[in-house]
Design a protein around this ligand. Sequence first.
Ligand code: FAD
Ligand code: FES
Length: 272
Amino acid sequence: MYPIVEAKLLAPDVKLFRIHAPRVARKRKAGQFVIIRIDEHGERIPLTIADSDDQGNITIIVQGVGKTTKWLNTLNTGDTILDVVGPLGEESEIGNFGTVVVIGGGVGTAIAYPTAVAMKQAGSRVISIVGARNKELLILEEELQATSDELCIMTDDGSYGEQGFVTQKLQELIDRGETIARVLAIGPIPMMRAVADVTREKGIKTIVSLNPIMVDGTGMCGGCRVQVGGKSKFACVDGPEFDAHDVDFEILIQRNSLYKDQEQKSLEQFES
Ligand code: FAD
Ligand code: FES
Protein backbone atom coordinates (compact mmCIF):
# COMPACT_ATOMS: atom_id res chain seq x y z
CA MET A 1 0.00 0.00 0.00
CA TYR A 2 1.29 3.44 -0.93
CA PRO A 3 0.08 6.28 1.32
CA ILE A 4 -0.86 9.68 -0.10
CA VAL A 5 1.03 12.20 2.03
CA GLU A 6 -0.38 15.26 0.29
CA ALA A 7 -3.24 15.92 -2.12
CA LYS A 8 -4.15 19.34 -3.45
CA LEU A 9 -6.29 20.70 -6.25
CA LEU A 10 -4.23 22.70 -8.78
CA ALA A 11 -7.03 23.54 -11.22
CA PRO A 12 -10.55 22.27 -11.90
CA ASP A 13 -10.22 18.46 -12.28
CA VAL A 14 -6.41 18.59 -11.93
CA LYS A 15 -4.95 17.30 -8.68
CA LEU A 16 -1.40 16.95 -7.36
CA PHE A 17 -0.54 13.93 -5.18
CA ARG A 18 2.60 13.26 -3.19
CA ILE A 19 2.78 9.51 -2.64
CA HIS A 20 5.22 7.70 -0.37
CA ALA A 21 7.01 5.30 -2.74
CA PRO A 22 10.67 5.35 -1.62
CA ARG A 23 12.10 2.86 -4.12
CA VAL A 24 10.52 4.68 -7.05
CA ALA A 25 11.58 8.08 -5.65
CA ARG A 26 15.19 6.95 -5.29
CA LYS A 27 15.56 5.69 -8.87
CA ARG A 28 13.35 7.91 -10.97
CA LYS A 29 14.72 10.14 -13.74
CA ALA A 30 13.04 12.91 -15.72
CA GLY A 31 10.65 11.56 -18.36
CA GLN A 32 9.79 8.34 -16.52
CA PHE A 33 6.38 7.27 -15.32
CA VAL A 34 4.60 4.91 -12.94
CA ILE A 35 1.64 2.62 -13.52
CA ILE A 36 -0.82 2.77 -10.67
CA ARG A 37 -3.80 0.67 -9.64
CA ILE A 38 -6.01 2.23 -6.98
CA ASP A 39 -7.41 -1.02 -5.58
CA GLU A 40 -7.89 -4.64 -6.61
CA HIS A 41 -10.90 -3.70 -8.79
CA GLY A 42 -9.06 -0.88 -10.56
CA GLU A 43 -7.44 -0.72 -13.99
CA ARG A 44 -3.79 0.18 -14.43
CA ILE A 45 -3.04 3.67 -15.72
CA PRO A 46 0.27 5.38 -16.50
CA LEU A 47 1.14 8.72 -14.87
CA THR A 48 4.36 10.69 -15.20
CA ILE A 49 6.53 11.26 -12.15
CA ALA A 50 6.57 15.05 -11.95
CA ASP A 51 8.98 15.22 -9.01
CA SER A 52 10.44 13.34 -6.04
CA ASP A 53 11.96 14.30 -2.69
CA ASP A 54 14.50 13.05 -0.14
CA GLN A 55 11.71 11.71 2.09
CA GLY A 56 10.88 9.02 -0.48
CA ASN A 57 7.81 10.72 -1.97
CA ILE A 58 6.95 11.04 -5.64
CA THR A 59 4.67 13.70 -7.12
CA ILE A 60 2.09 12.93 -9.76
CA ILE A 61 -0.33 15.41 -11.31
CA VAL A 62 -3.59 13.96 -12.53
CA GLN A 63 -6.20 15.35 -14.89
CA GLY A 64 -9.59 13.74 -14.39
CA VAL A 65 -10.64 12.67 -17.89
CA GLY A 66 -12.30 9.30 -17.33
CA LYS A 67 -13.25 6.75 -14.69
CA THR A 68 -9.87 6.00 -13.13
CA THR A 69 -8.42 9.51 -13.17
CA LYS A 70 -11.68 10.96 -11.76
CA TRP A 71 -11.74 8.22 -9.10
CA LEU A 72 -8.10 8.95 -8.23
CA ASN A 73 -8.93 12.63 -7.91
CA THR A 74 -11.50 11.83 -5.17
CA LEU A 75 -8.65 10.53 -2.94
CA ASN A 76 -7.08 12.71 -0.28
CA THR A 77 -4.19 12.89 2.18
CA GLY A 78 -4.13 9.71 4.28
CA ASP A 79 -5.74 7.51 1.61
CA THR A 80 -3.72 4.73 -0.01
CA ILE A 81 -3.05 3.36 -3.49
CA LEU A 82 -2.65 -0.41 -3.92
CA ASP A 83 0.06 -0.52 -6.62
CA VAL A 84 2.63 2.01 -7.76
CA VAL A 85 4.94 0.32 -10.29
CA GLY A 86 7.98 2.11 -11.63
CA PRO A 87 9.97 3.98 -12.57
CA LEU A 88 9.05 2.87 -16.11
CA GLY A 89 10.12 4.00 -19.56
CA GLU A 90 13.31 5.52 -20.84
CA GLU A 91 14.52 8.69 -19.18
CA SER A 92 14.56 11.93 -21.20
CA GLU A 93 17.75 12.76 -23.06
CA ILE A 94 19.19 15.57 -20.96
CA GLY A 95 22.18 17.77 -21.68
CA ASN A 96 23.58 21.20 -22.25
CA PHE A 97 22.17 21.61 -25.73
CA GLY A 98 22.04 25.41 -25.96
CA THR A 99 18.51 26.81 -26.21
CA VAL A 100 15.78 24.27 -25.54
CA VAL A 101 12.11 25.17 -25.94
CA VAL A 102 9.86 23.15 -23.61
CA ILE A 103 6.19 23.23 -24.61
CA GLY A 104 3.45 21.98 -22.32
CA GLY A 105 -0.22 21.89 -23.25
CA GLY A 106 -2.81 21.35 -20.50
CA VAL A 107 -1.73 18.59 -18.10
CA GLY A 108 1.16 17.92 -20.51
CA THR A 109 2.81 20.77 -18.61
CA ALA A 110 3.16 18.43 -15.62
CA ILE A 111 4.80 15.82 -17.84
CA ALA A 112 7.18 18.38 -19.40
CA TYR A 113 8.11 20.04 -16.09
CA PRO A 114 10.68 17.48 -14.77
CA THR A 115 12.49 17.55 -18.12
CA ALA A 116 12.59 21.36 -18.08
CA VAL A 117 14.16 21.21 -14.60
CA ALA A 118 16.74 18.61 -15.65
CA MET A 119 17.63 20.53 -18.84
CA LYS A 120 18.19 23.70 -16.83
CA GLN A 121 20.32 21.86 -14.27
CA ALA A 122 22.42 20.42 -17.13
CA GLY A 123 23.15 23.94 -18.39
CA SER A 124 20.68 24.38 -21.26
CA ARG A 125 18.93 27.71 -21.71
CA VAL A 126 15.27 26.86 -21.22
CA ILE A 127 12.41 28.76 -22.84
CA SER A 128 9.07 27.35 -21.66
CA ILE A 129 5.82 27.83 -23.51
CA VAL A 130 2.72 26.80 -21.59
CA GLY A 131 -0.70 26.59 -23.18
CA ALA A 132 -4.07 26.26 -21.51
CA ARG A 133 -7.68 26.79 -22.56
CA ASN A 134 -8.03 29.53 -19.93
CA LYS A 135 -6.32 31.03 -16.85
CA GLU A 136 -8.11 28.66 -14.44
CA LEU A 137 -6.59 25.61 -16.15
CA LEU A 138 -3.01 26.86 -16.05
CA ILE A 139 -0.73 24.78 -13.79
CA LEU A 140 2.85 24.98 -12.47
CA GLU A 141 3.36 28.64 -13.44
CA GLU A 142 5.56 29.47 -10.42
CA GLU A 143 7.57 26.26 -10.77
CA LEU A 144 8.23 26.84 -14.47
CA GLN A 145 9.05 30.50 -13.85
CA ALA A 146 11.72 29.37 -11.40
CA THR A 147 13.31 26.91 -13.81
CA SER A 148 12.99 28.79 -17.12
CA ASP A 149 15.10 31.57 -18.60
CA GLU A 150 11.92 32.75 -20.29
CA LEU A 151 8.32 31.69 -19.67
CA CYS A 152 5.60 32.36 -22.26
CA ILE A 153 1.99 31.73 -21.33
CA MET A 154 -0.66 31.26 -23.99
CA THR A 155 -4.39 30.89 -23.38
CA ASP A 156 -6.97 30.01 -26.01
CA ASP A 157 -9.35 32.72 -24.72
CA GLY A 158 -6.71 35.34 -23.82
CA SER A 159 -7.76 35.30 -20.13
CA TYR A 160 -4.07 35.21 -19.13
CA GLY A 161 -0.72 35.65 -20.86
CA GLU A 162 -1.16 36.05 -24.60
CA GLN A 163 -4.09 34.82 -26.63
CA GLY A 164 -3.28 32.06 -29.08
CA PHE A 165 -1.79 28.61 -29.43
CA VAL A 166 1.65 27.47 -28.31
CA THR A 167 2.64 27.02 -31.96
CA GLN A 168 2.17 30.76 -32.57
CA LYS A 169 4.65 31.57 -29.80
CA LEU A 170 7.07 28.96 -31.13
CA GLN A 171 6.85 30.52 -34.59
CA GLU A 172 7.49 33.96 -33.02
CA LEU A 173 10.65 32.66 -31.31
CA ILE A 174 11.86 31.24 -34.62
CA ASP A 175 11.02 34.51 -36.42
CA ARG A 176 12.89 36.61 -33.86
CA GLY A 177 16.01 34.62 -34.68
CA GLU A 178 16.34 32.31 -31.67
CA THR A 179 18.78 29.49 -32.40
CA ILE A 180 16.76 26.61 -31.04
CA ALA A 181 18.70 23.40 -30.52
CA ARG A 182 15.68 21.28 -29.68
CA VAL A 183 12.02 21.40 -28.79
CA LEU A 184 10.24 19.16 -26.30
CA ALA A 185 6.46 19.19 -26.75
CA ILE A 186 4.02 17.38 -24.49
CA GLY A 187 0.26 17.74 -24.59
CA PRO A 188 -2.76 16.73 -26.63
CA ILE A 189 -1.87 14.81 -29.82
CA PRO A 190 -3.06 17.59 -32.19
CA MET A 191 -0.80 20.05 -30.35
CA MET A 192 2.25 17.78 -30.59
CA ARG A 193 1.54 17.18 -34.27
CA ALA A 194 1.19 20.93 -34.92
CA VAL A 195 4.50 21.63 -33.16
CA ALA A 196 6.18 18.93 -35.27
CA ASP A 197 4.82 20.60 -38.42
CA VAL A 198 6.32 23.98 -37.39
CA THR A 199 9.77 22.58 -36.59
CA ARG A 200 10.03 20.02 -39.44
CA GLU A 201 10.66 22.59 -42.16
CA LYS A 202 13.27 24.35 -40.00
CA GLY A 203 15.02 21.08 -39.19
CA ILE A 204 14.75 21.67 -35.44
CA LYS A 205 15.03 18.42 -33.49
CA THR A 206 11.71 17.87 -31.74
CA ILE A 207 10.84 15.36 -29.06
CA VAL A 208 7.29 14.41 -28.06
CA SER A 209 6.07 12.21 -25.22
CA LEU A 210 3.46 9.79 -26.58
CA ASN A 211 0.39 8.71 -24.67
CA PRO A 212 -0.91 5.45 -26.15
CA ILE A 213 -3.02 3.14 -24.01
CA MET A 214 -0.73 1.20 -21.70
CA VAL A 215 -1.54 -1.89 -19.67
CA ASP A 216 1.54 -3.58 -18.18
CA GLY A 217 4.15 -0.93 -18.94
CA THR A 218 6.88 -3.52 -19.38
CA GLY A 219 6.80 -4.35 -23.09
CA MET A 220 4.79 -7.59 -22.65
CA CYS A 221 1.22 -6.82 -23.75
CA GLY A 222 1.76 -4.83 -26.95
CA GLY A 223 -1.00 -2.39 -26.00
CA CYS A 224 1.15 0.71 -26.41
CA ARG A 225 2.37 -0.02 -29.95
CA VAL A 226 3.18 3.14 -31.94
CA GLN A 227 4.64 3.67 -35.41
CA VAL A 228 7.88 5.64 -35.39
CA GLY A 229 10.04 5.98 -38.49
CA GLY A 230 8.00 3.22 -40.16
CA LYS A 231 8.78 0.75 -37.37
CA SER A 232 6.60 -0.59 -34.54
CA LYS A 233 7.77 0.58 -31.13
CA PHE A 234 6.41 -0.01 -27.65
CA ALA A 235 6.04 3.39 -26.01
CA CYS A 236 6.39 1.94 -22.50
CA VAL A 237 9.88 0.55 -23.02
CA ASP A 238 11.19 2.27 -26.18
CA GLY A 239 9.69 5.64 -25.14
CA PRO A 240 7.55 7.39 -24.11
CA GLU A 241 9.67 10.10 -25.82
CA PHE A 242 10.29 9.88 -29.58
CA ASP A 243 11.46 12.09 -32.43
CA ALA A 244 8.28 13.95 -33.41
CA HIS A 245 9.19 14.04 -37.08
CA ASP A 246 9.16 10.22 -37.23
CA VAL A 247 5.88 9.65 -35.37
CA ASP A 248 2.75 8.50 -37.22
CA PHE A 249 0.23 10.62 -35.29
CA GLU A 250 -2.71 9.38 -37.38
CA ILE A 251 -2.26 5.79 -36.20
CA LEU A 252 -1.81 7.00 -32.61
CA ILE A 253 -5.13 8.87 -32.77
CA GLN A 254 -6.89 5.83 -34.27
CA ARG A 255 -5.54 3.41 -31.66
CA ASN A 256 -6.33 5.77 -28.77
CA SER A 257 -9.98 5.96 -29.82
CA LEU A 258 -10.49 2.17 -30.08
CA TYR A 259 -12.19 1.90 -26.68
CA LYS A 260 -14.13 5.19 -26.68
CA ASP A 261 -17.55 3.50 -26.16
CA GLN A 262 -16.33 1.31 -23.29
CA GLU A 263 -14.56 4.30 -21.67
CA GLN A 264 -17.73 6.37 -21.89
CA LYS A 265 -19.88 3.57 -20.37
CA SER A 266 -17.38 3.01 -17.60
CA LEU A 267 -17.38 6.74 -16.72
CA GLU A 268 -21.19 6.89 -16.76
CA GLN A 269 -21.39 3.88 -14.41
CA PHE A 270 -18.81 5.48 -12.08
CA GLU A 271 -20.65 8.79 -11.98
CA SER A 272 -24.15 7.29 -11.53
P1 FAD B 1 -10.65 6.66 -19.84
O1 FAD B 1 -12.01 7.18 -20.08
O2 FAD B 1 -10.44 5.19 -19.64
O3 FAD B 1 -9.73 7.13 -21.03
C1 FAD B 1 -9.64 8.48 -21.46
C2 FAD B 1 -8.51 8.53 -22.47
O4 FAD B 1 -7.29 8.29 -21.76
C3 FAD B 1 -8.56 7.43 -23.53
O5 FAD B 1 -9.29 7.82 -24.66
C4 FAD B 1 -7.14 7.14 -23.81
O6 FAD B 1 -6.65 8.07 -24.76
C5 FAD B 1 -6.45 7.41 -22.48
N1 FAD B 1 -6.27 6.16 -21.70
C6 FAD B 1 -7.21 5.34 -21.18
N2 FAD B 1 -6.68 4.29 -20.54
C7 FAD B 1 -5.34 4.43 -20.69
C8 FAD B 1 -4.22 3.66 -20.28
N3 FAD B 1 -4.35 2.51 -19.60
N4 FAD B 1 -2.99 4.10 -20.63
C9 FAD B 1 -2.83 5.27 -21.31
N5 FAD B 1 -3.84 6.04 -21.72
C10 FAD B 1 -5.08 5.62 -21.42
N6 FAD B 1 -2.35 11.82 -17.41
C11 FAD B 1 -2.27 12.72 -16.41
O7 FAD B 1 -3.29 13.29 -16.00
N7 FAD B 1 -1.06 13.02 -15.82
C12 FAD B 1 0.10 12.44 -16.20
O8 FAD B 1 1.15 12.72 -15.63
C13 FAD B 1 0.04 11.47 -17.26
N8 FAD B 1 1.16 10.84 -17.68
C14 FAD B 1 1.07 9.89 -18.66
C15 FAD B 1 2.24 9.23 -19.04
C16 FAD B 1 2.19 8.26 -20.03
C17 FAD B 1 3.45 7.53 -20.40
C18 FAD B 1 0.95 7.95 -20.67
C19 FAD B 1 0.89 6.90 -21.74
C20 FAD B 1 -0.23 8.61 -20.29
C21 FAD B 1 -0.18 9.58 -19.28
N9 FAD B 1 -1.33 10.25 -18.84
C22 FAD B 1 -1.24 11.19 -17.85
C23 FAD B 1 -2.66 9.92 -19.41
C24 FAD B 1 -3.43 9.00 -18.47
O9 FAD B 1 -2.78 7.76 -18.36
C25 FAD B 1 -4.87 8.78 -19.00
O10 FAD B 1 -5.55 10.02 -18.94
C26 FAD B 1 -5.62 7.76 -18.15
O11 FAD B 1 -5.12 6.47 -18.38
C27 FAD B 1 -7.10 7.81 -18.48
O12 FAD B 1 -7.79 6.79 -17.78
P2 FAD B 1 -9.29 7.00 -17.32
O13 FAD B 1 -9.83 5.70 -16.86
O14 FAD B 1 -9.40 8.13 -16.37
O15 FAD B 1 -10.00 7.50 -18.64
FE1 FES C 1 2.20 -3.33 -22.62
FE2 FES C 1 3.68 -1.28 -23.46
S1 FES C 1 2.04 -1.25 -22.08
S2 FES C 1 3.75 -3.33 -24.12
